[in-house]
Design a binder for this molecule. Structure first.
Ligand code: PHE
Length: 455
């Protein structure tokens, strides 16, 4: 372990900037692209309610735990876990949390860059007026054309990956802090404008019902695991991202209220994205369960009929790309911080190496939509679904489970109290029950329910 710890000199310039950075990590393709399509594939309301329960009961406490551990350790997640376990007299194997996070990060970024590449391409497609007054068939066939072309997908995936690595190599605080200061407010304004449009589209009621009509009979074991995985994914939990961002948090910032703000922002964006997309799906007679292409068909279609649609449309995809890049950066940070701190390597060298690895793995996702479309090696899942499900639905929740157990049962009370502002014995008990029992037990029950038949 190196003597000097890079996290020692990096701090967010204020609590507010940390909130923005963490929200920048949380708000991404997970909210705007994934949430609507996964909800669409899993019956809408049944999924949304369970997702909200997972966010509140499991996500929020685990985010608090991660930030607290990060700020206590002030290093990369692997080193933080090793250090904290040692100082609490626990097994050094707890560092596995950090390692799992590095693997999950590489897997997620591999497909993330491919999808973000689609968004990059669509900035230009919309700006070009190609879709002006076009019908659903034209929009659908453009998207299918993209999916059918590995070369084009690789091109855009590469552009996105190079951009991400370029920012990462320069160091997070300069580039990232600057970008999020104006990006987050813009995203909110854009969502409000689009909500206004979908309100008047004629499909709002149907969209609303689809999202909020909860029926137990629509809930299956798959719903739980997808909702839990989505909660972890969208809040950037279970892989050390919040831990490493937490390691840069000023000591005086309050963790409880900070987490509440981040979770609220993330949830509002996801729900708004659903309320924008679903009404447009119904009004245009599209298929809600069409999967990953949902956003790339409904949104261009909506813009094609909107005054100044080509401007709005390209701004929308520009914002999606920005949302994606601030998340992509955060996906690399657990691995990068570890490599820089331990091998004294230059940041840019590490960044390029990691980027190349993710890019290479991402080719599997590219091919899942064309030449490998029929290749479904395990559980009938193609390569993309497999990488996505293993990382989002297994590695992240498992990481979160271990984090919750560690902070609640393995760390001295004094250490926890030094990080999380808990003022009374009652609140301490509540914290302990939620973080130490409810959150891990929920993950465990969902795992058993999914992987052990007839549980
Ligand atoms: N939360 C990001 C999104 O919703 C994805 C992400 C997952 C980022 C895990 C970092 C860590 O798009």
């Amino acid at each position: 372990m190196s003597e000097s710890n890079p996290s020692d000199d990096i701090r967010w310039s204020s609590r507010w900037l940390f909130v923005l950075a963490a929200a920048g990590s949380a708000v991404g393709l997970g909210n705007i692209w994934k949430f609507p399509y996964v909800a669409g594939e899993n019956g809408g309301g049944a999924f949304v309610l369970i997702y909200l329960v997972c966010v509140g009961l499991v996500g929020a406490p685990i985010m608090m735990a991660e930030i607290a551990l990060g700020r206590e350790g002030r290093s990369s997640p692997i080193t933080t876990m090793t250090k904290l376990a040692a100082s609490a007299g626990r097994n050094s194997q707890w560092s596995i949390i950090g390692w799992m996070g590095v693997i999950a990060g590489v897997m997620i970024l591999s497909f993330y860059a491919v999808i973000a590449g689609w968004a990059l391409k669509y900035i230009g497609v919309l700006a070009s007026d190609e879709f002006k007054n076009a019908g659903a068939e034209v929009v659908e066939s453009t998207f299918n054309g993209l999916l059918a072309s590995p070369v084009e997908m690789i091109l855009w995936q590469t552009v996105f990956m190079v951009g991400t690595i370029w920012i990462v190599a320069r160091g997070v605080s300069k580039g990232l802090e600057k970008a999020i200061r104006w990006f987050m407010p813009l995203l909110f304004v854009m969502l409000i404008v689009l909500l206004g449009y979908s309100l008047r589209s004629g499909g709002f009621e149907q969209g609303w019902q689809f999202m909020f009509d909860f029926k137990w009979e629509d809930v299956g074991p798959g719903t739980w695991i997808m909702a839990l995985g989505q909660a972890f994914f969208t809040l950037s939990l279970g892989m050390g991202t919040m831990m490493v961002y937490g390691s840069y948090v000023p000591s005086e910032a309050k963790i409880g209220s900070t987490v509440a703000t981040i979770v609220a922002l993330d949830t509002v964006v996801a729900i708004s994205a659903g309320l924008v997309i679903f009404p447009l799906v119904f009004v245009n007679n599209l298929d809600v369960a069409q999967g990953p292409g949902l956003m790339f068909v409904t949104m261009p279609l909506a813009f094609s009929q909107l005054p100044f649609g080509s401007i709005f449309g390209s701004v929308f995809f520009l914002l999606v790309s920005f949302a994606a890049i601030t998340s992509a950066i955060s996906l690399t940070e657990p691995a990068i911080s570890y490599l820089v701190e331990n091998y004294n390597s230059k940041r840019w060298r590490v960044a390029v190496g990691l980027g190349f690895l993710c890019w290479l793995l991402g080719l599997g996702t590219v091919f899942s939509f064309n030449i490998w479309a029929d290749l479904k090696p395990v559980f009938g899942l193609n390569f993309f679904d497999l990488v996505d499900q293993i990382s989002s639905n297994i590695l992240l929740p498992l990481g979160g489970l271990l984090i919750a157990i560690f902070i609640a049962w393995r760390l001295p009370r004094k250490t926890v109290l030094g990080q999380i502002e808990i003022e009374s014995e009652r609140i301490w008990t509540l914290w302990k029950v939620v973080t130490g029992i409810v959150a891990p037990a929920s993950v465990l029950v969902v795992f058993l329910n999914t992987f052990v038949p007839f549980f």
